[in-house]
Design a protein around this ligand. Structure first.
Ligand code: BGC
Length: 355
């Protein structure tokens, strides 16, 4: 079978190679891969900046935003041949820490968790893959064209859960949310905000391409002004930050509503310096009971929440989020950025329709 491989920490080492077909172990389903999504983390790995190969090996199979069709499933597992399935990214640390021991592996305390396609376990970027039934999520058959969005949607479902739990520490009745960044994470965060009945605003730099109309089609408002200015005019109750751009992060920390919540989901490149008026930011956070929280990854509960959110969404709108489908053997093209890219997907089914 063909697989998308990379040598972590070696720049431009991406290579589609032939690997032996995996054989399912007890309790695993065997899956024909349909697609893997490409995200910022994959690009960082390909740029040699992130990622870890499995112990004793130098190459990692890339791909953590998965979608496949079950070929073979253990009897009584709840999965059958033909089911659409997505594999969970993270596995608990082996100790396990208290969080991992309770299924909250997205909150791992000792950092010894592993992640498929990212950290020490092969990913889902191969024509065939196996996954433990306990880490497999079944999807509605109608989601065949868009189910690859489940993993990014799970990250967003977790972010929303964090916001709601933090809000729940006192009386909480938010009305207005600002999402910064209209990439796939920001756009899915906006979708979940609209599904919650909130007034949703999205800030991005670009004025052209698919982003403005995707956001407006949700009934949300698209902004391109300076982040400080947008914060001043909207005074949002909630900010979901999905750019990782330092200026935007610090704009979000100041100027939000009293009891405001800022949830940071964007992973910044390291080493950027910024001059900020730190004491005013601290003063505002304290005097307004504001909260700032970082959020990464997702556990099984968030995958289920995300599956429900996708099932409720307009399928034609979700399809518009996937702006390019590139066959696995031309993987390089998927990693070359195009101006109008939203979600780029690699198709794994060599006989399927890549368009
Ligand atoms: C993935 C997460 C993962 C994180 C850090 C993200 O791209 O969606 O599941 O935890 O990268 O490795």
């Amino acid at each position: 079978m063909r697989a998308l491989t990379v040598r972590p920490h070696v720049r431009n080492s991406l290579e589609v190679r032939d690997l032996p077909e995996p054989v399912p172990e007890e309790g695993q389903v065997l899956v024909d891969g349909l697609a893997v999504g490409v995200c910022g983390t994959d690009r960082e790995i390909v740029d040699g900046l992130y990622g870890w190969a499995p112990p004793g090996r130098d190459r990692l199979v890339l791909g953590h935003e998965s979608l496949g069709r079950v070929r073979q499933a253990p009897a009584g597992s709840g999965f059958s041949a033909g089911d659409l399935v997505v594999g969970v990214v993270r596995r608990p640390d082996p100790v396990p820490c208290g969080a991992c021991g309770r299924g909250e592996f997205d909150m791992c305390r000792n950092g010894q968790y592993t992640e498929r396609g990212i950290k020490e376990i092969d990913g889902y970027g191969s024509q065939t893959w196996c996954v433990e039934t306990a880490y497999a999520v079944k999807l509605d058959a109608r989601l065949e064209r868009v189910g690859v969005l489940l993993e990014p949607a799970s990250v967003v479902a977790k972010a929303w859960e964090q916001v709601e739990r933090i809000g729940g520490r006192s009386w909480f009745d938010p009305e207005r949310v600002l999402v910064t960044g209209a990439g796939p994470i920001g756009t899915l965060a906006a979708l979940l905000g609209v599904q919650r009945g909130l007034e949703v605003h999205v800030l991005d730099r670009v004025t052209e391409g698919p982003k403005p109309s995707l956001i407006e089609a949700l009934g949300a408002t698209y902004h391109t002004e300076d982040a400080d200015e947008v914060m001043r005019s909207l005074v949002p109750d909630i900010v979901i930050e999905a750019t990782g751009a330092a200026e935007v992060v610090f704009a979000a920390l100041s100027g939000n509503a009293r009891y405001g919540i800022v949830c940071l989901t964007g992973v910044s490149p390291v080493g950027r310096k910024l001059n900020v008026e730190a004491s005013s930011i601290n003063r505002e956070i304290v005097l307004e009971n504001d909260a700032v929280v970082g959020s990464v990854n997702a556990n099984l509960r968030h995958y289920q929440q995300a599956a429900e959110a996708l099932a409720q969404a307009d399928l034609a709108w979700l399809e518009r989020l996937i702006t390019r489908r590139v066959p696995l053997d031309r993987a390089d093209e998927a990693f070359t950025a195009h101006n109008d890219d939203m979600k780029v997907v690699l198709t794994l089914d060599l006989w399927g329709d890549p368009t």
